[in-house]
Write a protein that binds this ligand. Structure first.
Ligand SMILES: [Fe+2]
Ligand SMILES: [Fe+2]
Length: 186
């Protein structure tokens, strides 16, 4: 079973459990050991969704444009908090503050993504496509395991949507002007 919406939910469950496990740890070494794979998965999950899931949602969803703008903006908030945590020693007050920020941003985002984007996609994508995208999602994650080759910089939400609408012919003249340039803001 490789339905992409189910694979995304599996990662979301991993996030909830991994953040909860941090609550039981106190030593900097333990916190660092638990946090690093969680931080890597947060970045990898957002990149995999942006590479595989959201471009397909844009083609099919009822409210896909707003859902995608929201999601990419939320992913930026999560990426920023993860990057901030990486600047401080595990267990230090600024590290705790950044991890808290990542957790809150991620929890809010997962709820919206599950109730809006994933629900919208299930209503408009057939089971075969959901399976095919699931395989691509897993392949992307395997290729970039531990964050290898992932760009963790912010992605401009408007530009991302415009580029993907353009690729699928859903663009308007206004969107074309926004769609110039790369996906990532450097
Ligand atoms: Fe997600
Ligand atoms: Fe997401």
């Amino acid at each position: 079973m490789t339905d992409i919406t189910s694979l995304i939910l599996d990662d979301h469950d991993r996030f909830r459990r991994a953040f909860a496990e941090l609550d039981d740890l106190a030593s900097p070494d333990e916190l660092a050991q638990a946090w690093e794979p969680l931080a890597a998965l947060l970045d990898l999950h957002a990149a995999a969704e942006e590479a595989v899931f959201y471009p397909e949602l844009i083609q099919r969803g009822t409210d896909a444009e707003d859902e995608t703008l929201d999601a990419v903006g939320d992913h930026n908030d999560i990426r920023d908090a993860v990057a901030e945590a990486r600047r401080h020693p595990a267990g230090s007050p600024p590290w705790h503050a950044a991890v808290r920020q990542a957790r809150t941003a991620n929890s809010e985002h997962m709820a919206e993504e599950e109730d809006d984007a994933l629900a919208d996609f299930r209503r408009h994508a057939d089971p075969g496509l959901r399976e095919e995208l699931g395989r691509k999602f897993l392949a992307f994650k395997a290729e970039h395991e531990d964050g290898r080759g992932i760009d963790t910089g912010d992605v401009d939400p408007e530009r991302y949507v415009a580029e993907h609408e353009q690729q699928t012919g859903k663009d308007t003249p206004e969107d074309v002007s926004l769609g110039i340039g790369g996906l990532k803001e450097q």
